[in-house]
Write a protein that binds this ligand. Structure first.
Ligand code: SAM
Length: 249
């Protein structure tokens, strides 16, 4: 369970809210049961339930655990907002695989239009999905989900990354593996680098030629993901998997 840093003390931790309800109602937790709590930043512990109240569970720290389940490469998935609940699928699956950040964005052919009124609720739901997926796959950190960006804002953020991969199904030349392999070799040669990679995935209708040119001009590598056209929600999962496959120890 991920809890607020100030609720994780030296000898005990207090779990409240939805997590406490989950432990009592769904897991039917009782004193003596073991569970792992993390502040999602720097501390994680194996604990034992010592006290259960209606809306609060107190656990005693048994052992501090190493936080070594995060990938070396921090991968940000920038996803042009897909239709329906597809973004939820992207967040859930890419969190399990190991994404660090999600950036929803609006491009020319994005079908779902940005609605500031709905943004707060939607973000809250996405963050809950990321937290639950991170807990179930035993991540040490819950991926961050930013507010939706415009295409321009996304382009302006390229300089924050060591590598920007722009997934373009019309790309005839460069494939993702051609870019990731040398990147992984560079990391092996210099383990002191703390690498950040941005993966950009387009909407159901793909990117326009103008967007493609702008991405390359801003420093992105336009890459293909094989000879098949993937659904908008599948492309990020595949790209993330390939990057982590090449760079994980
Ligand atoms: N029409 C399908 C749909 O409704 O989901 C396919 C959409 S595809 C155009 C959506 C995005 O996935 C593209 O903009 C691109 O970023 C990525 N993509 C899909 N297949 C790809 C491939 N073979 N190589 C590179 N990127 C790909």
């Amino acid at each position: 369970y991920f809890i607020e840093p100030n609720q994780l003390e030296e000898h005990q931790a207090i779990i409240t809210g939805d997590d406490a309800r989950h432990i009592t109602k769904v897991m039917r937790g009782k004193p003596g049961d073991k569970l792992i709590v993390s502040d999602g930043v720097s501390r994680e512990a194996l604990t034992e339930i010592s006290e259960i109240e209606a809306s609060q569970v107190t656990v005693s720290i048994l052992e501090w655990l190493p936080m070594d389940h995060e990938p070396k490469v921090s991968v940000t998935i920038a996803q042009s907002l897909p239709k329906g609940d597809k973004m939820e699928l992207v967040i859930q699956k890419c969190t399990e695989i190991g994404a660090a950040v999600f950036v929803p964005f609006v491009s020319e052919r994005t079908i779902v239009q940005y609605d500031a009124k709905k943004e707060g609720k939607r973000l809250e739901r996405w963050r809950k999905i990321a937290k639950e997926a991170a807990e179930q796959s035993h991540r040490n950190k819950v991926p961050e989900i930013t507010e939706s960006k415009s295409w321009k804002e996304l382009l302006a953020s390229f300089e924050d990354y060591d590598l920007v991969c722009y997934c373009y199904e019309k790309e005839q030349g460069l494939q993702l593996r051609d870019v990731v392999k040398p990147f992984a070799d560079k990391l092996k040669a210099d383990p002191s680098i703390d690498p950040c990679v941005l993966v950009i995935v387009g909407p159901e209708g793909g990117f326009t030629t103008g967007e493609s040119e702008a991405a390359e001009a801003a420093g992105a590598k336009s890459v293909g993901l094989g000879k098949r056209i993937l659904r908008a929600e599948t492309a990020g999962m595949l790209a993330l998997t390939c990057i982590l496959y090449e760079t994980e120890e």
